[in-house]
Design a binder for this molecule. Structure first.
Ligand code: NAD
Length: 511
C-alpha cells in the first residue's frame, strides 16, 4: 500500500493553529498502534506557547463570563449537534492513534456526549438559593460565578471522553479552557477545538496546547490559571495536586486504579464470566474502570476460571478499524513491552498462567491492507492463583491481563479490596440483595457496580474514586463538576425604607 503523508499536529490557540516557535521545536511521534507505523508528529509546547494560550483564554474570559446563559447554551446546543453528526469521523481518528476498536471509540464519545447534554442544562444547574425576609426587610441569596481560565490535563486512554468530563461544564459555566491532552493521541483535541469554532464559540474560550511535563508545569504555576482538572496515573496525579495547590489553585486530580470484581458463590457464573471478559479486555484493559482483579469466593473459582478461559479463546484481536475486531493493540510499543514484562514477572512469582496472550492469534492485515506484523500487540491474558504481593497484583498494569485471586469468604474478599491503596471502581456479582447491600456499605471504593462490571456513573452523578485514585475532594462532572467550575457568593440585600435608619455598632443579628 502507498504510505500516506505524515501529519503534523500543532497547538490551537485563540481560534487558530499555532506551531511551537523556533528552528528545532521538540516533537513527539504519533503511531498507528495496529501497524506500528509512525503516522505523524505532534509539537511540544514550551513556556511561551502555554503563556500564549493562557493569555488567549484570559482575554476571552473578559467577554465570555458576561455572555448570557441563553447565548452560552445556544453555542452548547450547536456544538452538541455538530458533535453528534460527526462522531463517526472522530471515532476513526481516535482508532487511528489510540488503537481501540471503532465501536469502543463510539462508546467513549457517547459517554462524553452525555456530559455535554448535561451541560446544556446549565441555566438550571446554576440556579442559586433565595430566602425572602431572612431578617426584617432583608433577603439573602446565593449566586455562582465562573473561576476564569481553567486547565484540563488528560490521559491517552480516552482522548475525547476524559476532556469532555470537564470542558462542557467549565465552558457552560462561563470559564475559558486550556486543554493539554495526552501527547500519544493528540488529534481528537484539535478536532473538538475546530468543532467549537464551527459552533460559534468565541475564539480563545477553548485552547489546546500539546506536550509534556514542560507544558503541565507551566499550567500548574501560571498565575492566571485558576483551576486544574487532571486525569492520569497516580504518581503524576499526586504531583499535579501537590504542585497546583501550592500555587493556590483549585485542583481535582484523578489517578490510577486496580479494580476488583468480587464474585460470591451464589452469583450467576455465566453473567460473571461475561462481565469479567468484557471489563477485563475491553479497550485492551486500558480503561481506568477495567476489571484487573477477579476475586472468586470458594468454591466457584475453578468453574469461573474455566468459563472465562472458554470465552477468551474466541476473542477476535485485530486492528480497531476492522469491523470484526473485538480487542485492539496497546497504545505504544513501549507500553506493550511493559505489560508483557508483567506477564513474565507473574510467571516468575508463581502465578498460574491460564491463558497466555503472547500466543493469541492476531488478524494479519488492517482494513487498508497494511500488515499488522509490527503492531503493538498482546492478546488477552489470564492468571489464576494470584497472591497479594506479586507485582501482577500490586501494580496497575493497564493492559489485557486479568488476575484471579481465590478467597474463602466474603469477609476475606472485602478485606482484600479495602486494603488496596487504590479505590476507583469495584463490582460485586451475587444474587443476594442483602450481601450486595452490605458490600456497598462496607467497601472503601468510590464507584460500585452491583452485577455491573464497569460502573462509570451517568453524567448527572459524579465520577471519582477514593484513596490513591483521586486527590482533592471534587469528583468529575455531575453536581461536583458544576461546583468545581464555579465559586459561590452570598448576597444579603436590603432596600432601604426610612424606618431602618440610625446608628448601631452592635454585631448585626436577625430580627
Ligand atoms: P500519565 O499519568 O502518564 O499522563 C497523563 C497526563 O499527564 C498526560 O497529559 C501527560 O502528558 C502528563 N504527564 C505525564 N508525565 C508527566 C510528568 N512527569 N509531569 C507532568 N505531566 C505529566 O497517564 P496515561 O498513561 O496517559 O494514562 C493512563 C493512566 O491514567 C492510568 O494510570 C489510568 O488509570 C489513569 N486514568 C485514570 C482515570 C480516572 O478516572 N481515575 C481515567 C482515565 C485514566
Amino acid at each position: 500500500m502507498t504510505k500516506p503523508a505524515e501529519k503534523h499536529v500543532v497547538h490551537w490557540i485563540g481560534g487558530a493553529p499555532v506551531p511551537t516557535a523556533g528552528a528545532a521545536p521538540r516533537r513527539g511521534d504519533i503511531y498507528d498502534p495496529a501497524t506500528g507505523r509512525t503516522t505523524g508528529q505532534v509539537d511540544f509546547a514550551e513556556v511561551a506557547e502555554v503563556d500564549q494560550a493562557v493569555a488567549a483564554a484570559a482575554a476571552a474570559f473578559a467577554e465570555w463570563r458576561h455572555t448570557s446563559l441563553a447565548r452560552r447554551t445556544a453555542v452548547l446546543f450547536k456544538f452538541r449537534e455538530l458533535f453528534d453528526a460527526r462522531k463517526d469521523e472522530l471515532a476513526a481518528l481516535i482508532v487511528s492513534e489510540h488503537g481501540k476498536v471503532h465501536s469502543d471509540a463510539l462508546g467513549e464519545l457517547a459517554r462524553g456526549q452525555e456530559v455535554l447534554e448535561y451541560a446544556c442544562g446549565i441555566p438550571q444547574l446554576l440556579k442559586g438559593g433565595f430566602t425572602e425576609q431572612a431578617s426584617t426587610g432583608i433577603d439573602v441569596y446565593s449566586i455562582r460565578q465562573p473561576l476564569g481560565p481553567v486547565a484540563v490535563i488528560s490521559p491517552f486512554n480516552f482522548p475525547a471522553m476524559v476532556p469532555m468530563w470537564f470542558f462542557p461544564i467549565a465552558i457552560a459555566a462561563g470559564n475559558t479552557v486550556v486543554l493539554k491532552p495526552s501527547e500519544k493521541d493528540p488529534s481528537a483535541a484539535n478536532f473538538l477545538a475546530r468543532l467549537w469554532q464551527e459552533a460559534g464559540l468565541p475564539d480563545g474560550v477553548f485552547n489546546v496546547v500539546h506536550g509534556d511535563k514542560v507544558a503541565v508545569d507551566r499550567l500548574l504555576e501560571h498565575p492566571d490559571i485558576k483551576s486544574v482538572s487532571f486525569v492520569g496515573s497516580t504518581p503524576i496525579a499526586r504531583y499535579v495536586y501537590e504542585t497546583g495547590t501550592r500555587y493556590g489553585k483549585r485542583v481535582q486530580a484523578l489517578g490510577g486504579a486496580k479494580n476488583h470484581m468480587l464474585v460470591l458463590p451464589d452469583a450467576d457464573l455465566e453473567l460473571s464470566a461475561d462481565a469479567a471478559v468484557n471489563a477485563g479486555f475491553g479497550a485492551a484493559g486500558e480503561r481506568c474502570m477495567a476489571v484487573s482483579v477477579l476475586v472468586a469466593v470458594d468454591p466457584i473459582g475453578d468453574e469461573l476460571v474455566e468459563r472465562i478461559k472458554e470465552r477468551m479463546a474466541g476473542l477476535k484481536v485485530g486492528p480497531g478499524c476492522n469491523g470484526d475486531s473485538e480487542m485492539g493493540p496497546l497504545v505504544t510499543g513501549q507500553h506493550r513491552d511493559k505489560v508483557t514484562a508483567y506477564v513474565e514477572s507473574g510467571l516468575a512469582d508463581g502465578a498460574e498462567l491460564v491463558v497466555d496472550g503472547r500466543k493469541h492469534l492476531i488478524t494479519a492485515e488492517d482494513a487498508n491492507g497494511d500488515s499488522t506484523a509490527d503492531g503493538f500487540w498482546l492478546g488477552p491474558t489470564l492468571f489464576d492463583h494470584v497472591k497479594p504481593g506479586m507485582s501482577v497484583y500490586t501494580d496497575e498494569i493497564f493492559g489485557p491481563v486479568l488476575s484471579v485471586v481465590r478467597v474463602s469468604s466474603y469477609e476475606e474478599g472485602l478485606a482484600l479490596i479495602n486494603a488496596n491503596p487504590y479505590g476507583n471502581g469495584t463490582a460485586v456479582f451475587t444474587n443476594d440483595g442483602g450481601a450486595a447491600r452490605r458490600f456497598q456499605h462496607e467497601v472503601e471504593v468510590g464507584m460500585i457496580g452491583i452485577n455491573v462490571p464497569i460502573p462509570v456513573p451517568v453524567a448527572y452523578y459524579s465520577f471519582g474514586g477514593w484513596k490513591a485514585s483521586l486527590f482533592g475532594d471534587a469528583h468529575a462532572y455531575g453536581a461536583d463538576g458544576v461546583q468545581f467550575f464555579t465559586r459561590g457568593k452570598a448576597v444579603t440585600q436590603r432596600w432601604l425604607d426610612p424606618s431602618h435608619g440610625g446608628i448601631n455598632l452592635g454585631f448585626p443579628t436577625n430580627s
